[in-house]
Write a protein that binds this ligand. Structure first.
Ligand code: ZN
Length: 218
């Protein structure tokens, strides 16, 4: 961006930390020094979850209170600029996993939900992360039915049946032999991601890896 435009934008919208919302100078990439220290980053086996369909999922952060507060502003209150900060954390977490990957994609919202919200929060993360990793980002799936929020389901079986068949391959998607990373925002039980990964594998993907911004306690 033009330096002058950037300067003026900073005056109108002073950059704030995506987590604690303190004012920060430019060049901090949306993260203040205190939060950089404090963020509940995950690494090693803590960062990994095994999905029911056998796919490995990597998560950048633990979904604790500071992450949750920030994330809800991002998902429901239009703080879309957080996608850059979140993507940086995700790219950091995925840098070793990204070798040899052909496509980064995401768990999509239904068309109706996306229209209502104005953006798809997982798509923004997939875009940002792929850009930082130097990978292609493509939409592969679409959501063909409105489902109840997974958080409102009561049992594992209900979660599974709620999401069953909700995602379909886009007509133009050809993923035979491709190595794919699929991005979602938060992993809780992993039922949604597992369903999507199964669709990708069935369509002939050579390998599927899942990645989320944060991991909630099950
Ligand atoms: Zn902060």
């Amino acid at each position: 961006m033009n330096k002058i435009v950037e300067f003026i934008l900073d005056l109108i919208y002073p950059p704030k930390c995506a987590f604690c919302r303190k004012l920060i100078g430019t060049g901090h990439e949306g993260l203040c020094p205190e939060c950089t220290e404090k963020l509940p980053r995950l690494s090693g086996t803590d960062a990994k979850s095994l999905l029911e369909d056998g796919t490995l999922c990597y998560s950048a952060l633990r979904y604790d209170q500071m992450v949750r507060d920030s994330f809800l502003r991002y998902k429901f209150y239009g703080s879309v600029s957080y996608a850059d900060t979140y993507s940086r954390l995700m790219a950091e977490c995925l840098k070793e996993t990204a070798a040899g990957i052909d496509i980064v994609t995401w768990v999509p919202l239904s068309r109706k939900r996306k229209r209502k919200r104005g953006y798809d929060q997982a798509e923004l993360l997939a875009n940002g992360t792929s850009l930082l990793l130097g990978l292609d980002c493509k939409g592969i799936l679409y959501k063909n039915k409105e489902t109840k929020a997974q958080s409102l389901t009561k049992s594992r079986n209900e979660r599974k049946s709620n999401i069953k068949g909700a995602y379909t391959l886009r007509k133009e998607a050809d993923i035979k032999g491709k190595k794919i990373i699929i991005v979602d925002d938060i992993i809780t039980t992993g039922a949604t991601l597992s369903e999507c990964c199964a669709v990708l594998k069935k369509a002939g993907a050579a390998s599927v890896t899942a990645a989320t911004f944060a991991k909630a306690a099950r």
